[in-house]
Ligand binder design. Structure first.
Ligand SMILES: CC(C)(COP(=O)(O)OP(=O)(O)OC[C@H]1O[C@@H](n2cnc3c(N)ncnc32)[C@H](O)[C@@H]1OP(=O)(O)O)[C@@H](O)C(=O)NCCC(=O)NCCS
Length: 158
């Protein structure tokens, strides 16, 4: 695997993100969702690019003043377990610093063991089970990670 670059989404990436969401996630979204999110909050849209190929993406928003929410996150199967998902989540957290959010939360299917393990590894904890959260009737776990304010972070030794 070549070097993977995490960067903010550009308008021309929307078609690829729409396809990736279709390929990687079980939920179905109308194609307009992606361009409307991009217009509303481009800071929350990140892609992971390996060479010319986008291999992963993360879409997030700030629905309330103090919390950010991850709406979608996916990495191409051939690129998993190589830190790409963590890279996207870390870049999202860093981007959210500018908006002074105190936590990041998301919903994940209770049956999605890989994603639950991934989020736990990245400091998220299950807060509650949400019954019938998905249109399929499946339950979700609400998972949240509290953020340390930038001002309170200990600088790493250089
Ligand atoms: C969840 C997902 C984004 C993780 O992406 P990734 O690039 O593979 O994640 P990372 O390589 O950064 O994984 C970091 C850690 O998370 C945990 N983890 C990731 N995938 C895991 C799996 N399948 N099983 C158990 N633990 C897992 C591990 O602790 C891993 O560290 P390790 O590889 O050193 O053991 C990816 O599996 C995916 O796209 N899944 C399908 C879409 C999806 O479910 N999205 C989330 C919806 S809420």
């Amino acid at each position: 695997m070549d070097v993977v670059v995490i960067r903010q989404t550009e308008a021309e990436d929307i078609i690829v993100i729409t396809q990736l969401a279709y390929d990687l996630l079980p939920e179905r979204y109308s194609s307009g969702v992606f361009s409307s999110l991009f217009e509303r909050f481009p800071h929350g849209m990140l892609v992971a690019q390996e060479g010319p190929v986008i291999v992963g993406f993360l879409l997030g928003i700030i629905p309330a003043e103090d919390s950010a929410r991850v709406l979608m996150l996916g990495v191409q199967p051939g690129c998993r377990r190589k830190g790409v998902g963590t890279g996207l989540l870390t870049a999202f957290r860093n981007a959210m610093d500018a908006f002074h959010v105190t936590s990041i939360y998301l919903e994940v299917m209770t049956t999605n063991d890989a994603a639950i393990a991934f989020y736990r590894k990245n400091g998220f904890e299950i807060q509650e089970r949400m019954k019938n959260f998905y249109v399929t009737g499946e339950d979700a776990f609400l998972m949240r990670r509290t953020l340390t304010p930038l001002s309170a972070r200990v600088p790493s030794p250089s």
